[in-house]
Design a protein around this ligand. Structure first.
Ligand code: ADP
Ligand code: NA
Length: 343
């Protein structure tokens, strides 16, 4: 019998949108809630050290940490059954990150697609001196900190979206290199638990993904939007000139995006939902239906989120206890690592 540990992290970047909810938060809730408990330990981290790679204002960051805790609990994570804590409250992340950085090769990090996309700031071929001046070591080393996050708890399973698979491969690579360097098995090599959800697109431009960095606020549905605002945003969503209703993400991305939202929220396939709505008379009827579903499904999440936000003392208590429990596991791993390397 080998014990299993799930670990995942989310950056404190403010209130989540529907894409964040379907793509990450809800999966966490399902992992922690579904009886019987599938895993021995479930650990969720609000990764504020990662957030420093694009530093928000200090007061904002402090506020976002509580907001993240409220979002995670409102999404169904039970803090009694899981460990929920803030990354910087456990000093082992930064310590292990340094040790692991000594086992991480530049070439591998240089191939990370997220890093490469930041490198091509100005052109798609050569990188200008100015671009390099503005690139920070923290951004380059980000995947090593992620590896430290996961390995610090000897996680065996990591729920992530498709875009993070490459980083988890790096985590396995670093863990394996550490183990083989010292002929130990300190680190189990974690497996991906792929979160299969549709990537939601912007309501204003279905060629772009729904994102909080999009300046157009009407492009995304926020978890705490009122039912009226949800309806307005969906009513104004860009679709296409074909008044019929059909599911075809490549030629009709706007309509497909609305169907994907319903499918995601109802845990059904887009094809099933498309079957239900194909008799609709036009986009107005479709949008009314989608607004009803989104409003209904998000209502309990929004209400719980708002209730939690009114109780910061409770959130602080949860995070404090979470940090204590995470710290115990982290210290045990670090002690083992330090003994292994001789420090
Ligand atoms: P954002 O683009 O809003 O800043 P992040 O990059 O911080 O979002 O992603 C946070 C989490 O939400 C990740 O797990 C990511 O896969 C998920 N996510 C973000 N945007 C979407 C989307 N449009 N559709 C589905 N999942 C998303
Ligand atoms: Na982002």
């Amino acid at each position: 019998y080998k014990s299993t540990t799930v670990f995942s992290g989310i950056q404190p970047t403010g209130v989540a949108h529907l894409g964040n909810y379907l793509g990450a938060l809800r999966a966490w809730g399902q992992l922690s809630a579904s009886p019987p408990q599938q895993f021995d330990h479930t650990i969720f981290s609000i990764v504020d050290l990662h957030a420093l790679t694009a530093p928000p204002a200090p007061d904002k960051l402090r506020e976002y940490k509580r907001i993240s805790a409220a979002l995670i609990i409102a999404s169904g994570v039970d803090p009694e059954k899981c460990i929920l804590y803030v990354q910087s409250d456990v000093s082992g992340h930064a310590e292990l990150c340094w040790i692991l950085s000594c086992f991480s090769d530049f070439g591998h990090l240089n191939r990370m697609t997220q890093w490469k996309s930041k490198m091509n700031l100005n052109s798609n071929s050569s990188v200008t001196d100015e671009a390099v001046e503005n690139l920070r070591l923290g951004l380059f080393a980000y995947p090593v900190l992620q590896a430290a996050d996961v390995l610090l708890y000897k996680a065996t399973h990591v729920p992530v979206g498709e875009d993070q698979i490459q980083h988890l491969e790096l985590t396995r690579h670093i863990g394996k290199r550490f183990n083989s360097s010292y002929k130990t098995k300190v680190f189990p090599l974690p497996e991906v638990l792929l979160t299969r959800t549709p990537r939601l697109m912007s309501l204003r431009d279905p060629a772009k993904k729904m994102s909080k960095s999009d300046p157009a606020e009407q492009s995304r549905i926020m978890i705490n939007d009122s039912p009226e605002l949800i309806r307005v945003k969906i009513k104004r969503a860009i679709t296409d000139g074909n008044s019929s209703v059909s599911y075809d993400p490549s030629t009709r991305p706007g309509v497909a995006n609305l169907i994907d939202m319903v499918a995601g929220l109802q845990n059904r396939t887009p094809e099933e939902v498309a079957g239900d709505v194909k008799g609709f008379s036009g986009h107005a009827e479709l949008k009314d239906f989608v607004a009803d579903v989104v409003t209904r499904e998000l209502q309990p999440v929004r209400e719980k989120f708002e209730r939690l936000c009114r109780d910061p003392e409770y959130l602080d208590r949860v995070l404090c206890r979470g940090a204590e429990r995470a710290g115990v596991i982290a210290q045990a791993t670090l002690k083992e690592v330090k003994t292994t390397v001789g420090i």
